[in-house]
Write a protein that binds this ligand. Structure first.
Ligand code: C2E
Ligand code: CA
Ligand code: CA
Ligand code: CA
Length: 279
């Protein structure tokens, strides 16, 4: 009773209520956006030791007619909550594979890899493997160029089903990266049993890296772990030359981050990297 008399909890409730209302509006609008061409993929380059582009991660963008660009950090959680992640994820898969298929006609784009983010619910659909197979076939995308980024939460919720599905997709030639590595709770023993190709070091562990090597323990541990498991490692959120230098010293040779490039519209990425573009 006392709590209701205070101003604070009430204001807190009002804020929650407003947030809930916004969420409901966004859900309705997102439902329409998925089918109406309001989504697009931006691509962020992944670069190798000589800072050459070796591929890209696709990041979904929503162009809202009134609210402008809405960030996936805002709408992906709503999509996951409401099930809209299924049609959204299917759209991302189609669009990503369409791009990969298109790239096959360009000698400089043809060898690039493309990474797509896959949500837990999307991956857990019983027909996910069929969806991927059908989409690859329809778009002419080479499966060896496609990487699916999964998160640790997926691996925790249904280990056996996950491993089985990963193995079936792997037989097609698809690769897997574990996203945001270090932020979840997967056990090391379990990690070893997964058919993974790459660990992505979360931005949180890259942020603190400085040349004096004082702040490196977590990044260093993840890189050593990847090496001992025979996995590749990508550092995300690289924003400075110093960070990439330290990562290279620690043995990480693939990077992604604003220091190299921000995510850009797919057409721009293709133009910058195609065989008709000046070098
Ligand atoms: P993520 O998969 O961890 O993607 C990396 C995020 O870090 C992206 O944010 C990217 O723009 C941002 N980033 C890249 N380099 C830097 C940097 O140097 N500094 C900083 N501060 N940030 C950097 P974005 O595009 O806002 O995406 C946020 C999250 O939304 C993604 O995190 C991913 O979890 C989710 N997401 C994005 N696209 C998709 C999608 O197509 N499907 C699904 N299921 N989730 C997606
Ligand atoms: Ca990702
Ligand atoms: Ca990530
Ligand atoms: Ca993240």
């Amino acid at each position: 009773a006392k709590r209701q008399r205070d101003g604070e909890p009430k204001r807190f409730c009002a804020v929650l209520e407003q947030k809930l209302e916004e969420d409901i509006t966004l859900e309705r609008e997102l439902r329409l956006a998925i089918d109406s061409g309001a989504l697009s993929l931006h691509l962020q380059p992944q670069v190798g030791a000589q800072h050459e582009v070796i591929g890209a991660e696709a990041l979904v963008r929503w162009h809202h007619p009134q609210k402008g660009m809405i960030s996936p950090g805002r709408f992906i959680p709503i999509a996951e909550h409401t099930g809209l992640i299924l049609p959204l994820g299917a759209w991302v898969l189609k669009e990503g594979c369409r791009l990969l298929g298109e790239w096959q006609h360009d000698t400089r784009l043809r060898d690039l890899k493309l990474s797509l983010n896959v949500s837990v619910r999307q991956f857990q659909q019983p027909d996910f493997v069929e969806q991927v197979t059908t989409t690859l076939r329809a778009t002419g995308a080479p499966p060896e160029r496609l990487t699916l980024e999964l998160t640790e939460s997926l691996l925790m919720s249904d280990p056996e089903g996950t491993i089985d599905k990963m193995q079936r997709l792997r037989q097609l030639g698809i690769r897997f990266a574990l996203d945001d590595f270090g932020t979840g709770y997967s056990s090391l023993a379990y990690l070893k049993s997964l058919p993974l190709d790459t660990l992505k070091i979360d931005i949180a562990f890259v942020k603190d890296l400085t040349l004096d090597m004082q702040a490196t323990p977590i990044a260093a541990t993840i890189i050593a772990l990847a090496e001992s498991l025979g996995l590749d490692v990508i550092a995300e959120g690289v924003e400075t030359a110093d960070q990439s230098t330290v990562l290279a010293r620690l043995g990480c040779h693939v990077y992604q981050g604003y220091f190299f490039s921000k995510p850009a519209p797919a057409a721009e990425f293709a133009r910058l990297n195609s065989d008709s573009s000046p070098t």
